[in-house]
Design a binder for this molecule. Structure first.
Ligand code: DAH
Length: 353
C-alpha cells in the first residue's frame, strides 16, 4: 500500500510542477526543454513506467490510469502553450515595421560564372581564333574509342595507365568491359577520324572520369582540353607552335614550354609538355618542387596504328594531338590548394573567384 501511495503522490507532484512550468514558459525553446525532460529518452515518463514493473497487479490498476491521464494532460498543455507562444510571435511581427536600409539596396548579391567555366570559354575562344572546331564526345563511351582505336588493345598492360570506371552491362546485352566512363578526351579524335572527313582541326573540352582515390590533387571527375589536327603535312613544328600558343594565351607572353620524350600508346613520338614555372621563372621553388617546370600536357604525333584502325592511310596523312589538364593549371594560376573545390558548391570558394 505504501508503494501505491508513494507512486500516486509522485505522479500528482510531477503533474503539478510541470503544469506550472508550462504555463510560465514564454519561448518555444523552454517548451522543448520541458517536453524532453518529460517525454524524452530516459525522461520522467520513461523512468516512472519502468518503476511500474515492481508494483503488484492490483495496485497497477489504480496507478496506471492516473499515469496515463497525467501524461495526456501534460502533452496537451505543452501543445496548447506552443500554439500560444507562436501566436504571440506572429503578433509581434505584425507590428514590426520593415524598412529597407540603403546599404541593402546597393549591395546586391549577384551570381557569376564559375572560375572553371570562364577559363573554359577563354581557352575555347583562343583556339576558335585559329579555326579549331569544337567537338563533344560521349562521357559514357565504348572501349574501342577510349582504348582500342587508340592503339591500346584488349588486355594490354598500357591500359593500366588509366584507372577505368566500367559500366555494369549485365542487363544491356553488351559484353562486360565494353562500356566505360571515358578516361580522357582523347576519345573524340578517333571518332572524327573514323568519319574520314579531312583535314581535321578540332578541339574538345569536358569532363573525364577515373577510378581514383580522391585527395587534394586527384579527383574521380576532372576536365581535359584536347586538340587534334590531321592533314597532309602536319609536323612536330606545328605541335610546338600550338603548345606555346596555348601557354602564352593563358599565362602571358613570357610563358615557355619544353618537350620531354614520353610514352603514350596513341602517339609516336610522344612527349610530355612542361611549362616554365610561373612563380620562380625556372630557378626552382616549392610550387614546382624545385625543378623550375610543370608538366601540363601529354602530346605527340598520331600513331600510324590509329590511322589504320580508323580507316585513314598513314602514308598520306599525319596528325598531332595533345591533352591538357585545365583544372591543374587553374590551381597553379590562382594558388588553389584543393582540386575538390571545383566540384563542390562551397560558397566561400565561389564568391572568392
Ligand atoms: N590522353 C592522355 C591522358 O589522359 C593525355 C594525352 C597524351 C593526350 C598524349 C594526347 C596525347 O592527345 O597526344 O593521360
Amino acid at each position: 500500500m505504501l508503494k501505491l501511495a508513494l507512486m500516486d503522490v509522485k505522479i500528482r507532484k510531477i503533474n503539478q510542477d510541470y503544469q506550472g512550468q508550462i504555463s510560465q514558459a514564454t519561448a518555444l525553446k523552454e517548451l522543448d526543454k520541458i517536453f524532453l525532460e518529460l517525454f524524452g529518452k530516459s525522461g520522467l515518463v520513461d523512468q516512472l513506467s519502468k518503476q511500474f514493473k515492481t508494483l503488484p497487479k492490483d495496485q497497477l490498476k489504480t496507478v496506471g490510469p492516473l499515469f496515463n491521464q497525467v501524461k495526456m494532460k501534460l502533452e496537451e498543455a505543452i501543445r496548447v502553450k506552443r500554439e500560444g507562444v507562436r501566436e504571440n510571435i506572429y503578433k509581434s511581427l505584425e507590428n514590426e515595421k520593415f524598412t529597407l536600409q540603403p546599404s541593402r539596396l546597393t549591395h546586391k548579391r549577384e551570381g557569376h560564372l564559375h572560375l572553371a567555366t570562364k577559363f573554359k570559354q577563354e581557352i575555347i575562344d583562343l583556339f576558335a581564333k585559329l579555326g579549331f572546331e569544337q567537338f563533344d564526345a560521349p562521357h559514357i563511351e565504348w572501349d574501342k574509342y577510349n582504348f582500342e582505336y587508340l592503339n591500346i588493345p584488349k588486355d594490354h598492360p598500357s591500359k593500366d595507365m588509366w584507372d577505368t570506371l566500367y559500366i555494369d552491362t549485365a542487363n544491356l546485352k553488351v559484353d562486360p568491359g565494353q562500356l566505360l566512363l571515358r578516361t580522357h578526351t582523347s576519345n573524340f579524335w578517333p571518332r572524327l577520324m573514323e568519319k574520314g572527313k579531312t583535314p581535321i582541326r578540332a578541339m574538345s573540352f569536358d569532363r573525364c572520369f577515373r577510378y581514383e582515390a580522391v585527395d587534394a590533387r586527384h579527383s574521380h571527375t576532372f576536365n581535359q582540353f584536347e586538340i587534334a589536327v590531321v592533314g597532309k603535312d602536319i609536323t612536330m613544328a606545328n605541335l610546338r607552335f600550338l603548345s606555346d600558343y596555348l601557354l602564352q594565351g593563358i599565362l602571358g607572353k613570357e610563358a615557355k614550354s619544353r618537350f620531354r620524350p614520353k610514352y603514350y600508346p596513341f602517339v609516336e613520338p610522344g612527349v610530355g609538355i612542361d611549362c616554365l614555372c610561373v612563380f620562380c621563372h625556372g630557378t626552382g621553388c616549392k610550387i614546382c618542387s624545385g625543378t623550375g617546370w610543370f608538366e601540363i600536357a601529354g602530346a605527340g604525333m598520331i600513331h600510324p596504328n590509329v590511322f589504320k584502325a580508323t580507316g585513314l592511310d598513314p602514308k598520306i596523312y599525319t596528325g598531332l594531338a595533345w591533352g591538357f589538364g585545365p583544372d591543374r593549371m587553374l590551381m597553379l594560376k590562382h594558388n588553389i590548394e584543393d582540386i575538390r573545390y571545383f566540384l563542390e558548391g562551397d560558397l566561400k570558394f565561389l564568391e572568392k573567384y
